[in-house]
Ligand binder design. Sequence first.
Ligand code: AMP
Ligand code: TRP
Length: 332
Amino acid sequence: MNRIFSGIQPTGNLHLGNYLGAIRNWIDLQNEFECIFCIVDLHALTQPQDPAELRGSTREVTAAYIAAGIDPERCTIFNQSMVSAHTELAWLLSCLTPIGWLNRMTQFKEKAGKHREMAGLGLYAYPVLMAADILLYKATHVPVGEDQKQHIELARDIAGAFNRRYERDFFPLPEPQIFGTATRVMSLRDGTKKMSKSDSSDYSRINLTDSGEMIALKIRRAKTDPEPLPSTIADLEHRPEADNLIGIYAALCGLSREDALGKFAGRNFSAFKEALSEAAVEVLGRIGDHMRRLMAEPGYIDGVLRCGAERARAIAEPVLREAQQISGLLRP
Ligand code: AMP
Ligand code: TRP
């Protein structure tokens, strides 16, 4: 049986990359599979957070899931810290994970920056907690953006290490699902950098709660080059900003990159940016409005999270107990 698990950190503003690279691709999955969508608040703590803001962001990500079209009746939506089995399984798995595997994680290198000795142990160990998130539900598929591929490969390796150590097929090896036409949305100010929640330049990303005017302004200011748009995708190769905007347009309109480019081949950026703005405002405007309505009802959001946590625990706790038993922990 297939089971989907994915999550987003409640840190800062959700942006177009989170939507096109992740959330949007989850919507169709819920019709076919059992889906569990988490707000990974323990992961957020790997970097300093303001406590009140963290609580607000946790509700905001929940609102974004629902506003984007995830049905809390059909799917399990919960915040990670409500299910203590995540951290308990993470410990069992961390004891089986060679440090060498963690040293290869590029996201740690990026986030720790130059001051690696000062980086928190949690930031370093985070991929093991992520593996626990997935394996605790014996999830088979994990839909994420491109940047998470390495972490899911690590989760597969860790599942394999557990299965080999105890000589049984206990954890299925999860498959990453990286789909859509915008698996890696880049910054609007620099086509070589990922659009990210932590970028200090406000004009680099479109937030899900941005107003229509703000979205249009950010797109108008988006970096481009002086050439008109080419007619083939291959000609976008050394034009990262143009390539990124075409990818975003294609994803928003449900077109292939080729078809998206075909509509604007030979035209200059101003006409294209106008069409892009219209598409972005149409899709995100609806989601932003719905998010604001939901955020005005924190009681409703908390109810969704409580109910989701209960459902999540019902799956997670028996798996944790079995993993503990297999590992030789006595539960008298
Ligand atoms: P994060 O913001 O790191 O919690 O990421 C949450 C989800 O959004 C993950 O599945 C990421 O792969 C995805 N994601 C984050 N940033 C981008 C981006 N710039 N382009 C595509 N997907 C992204
Ligand atoms: N590490 C992911 C990110 O930063 C979030 C995440 C945590 C996650 N646990 C997960 C994603 C489990 C998929 C499955 O984007």
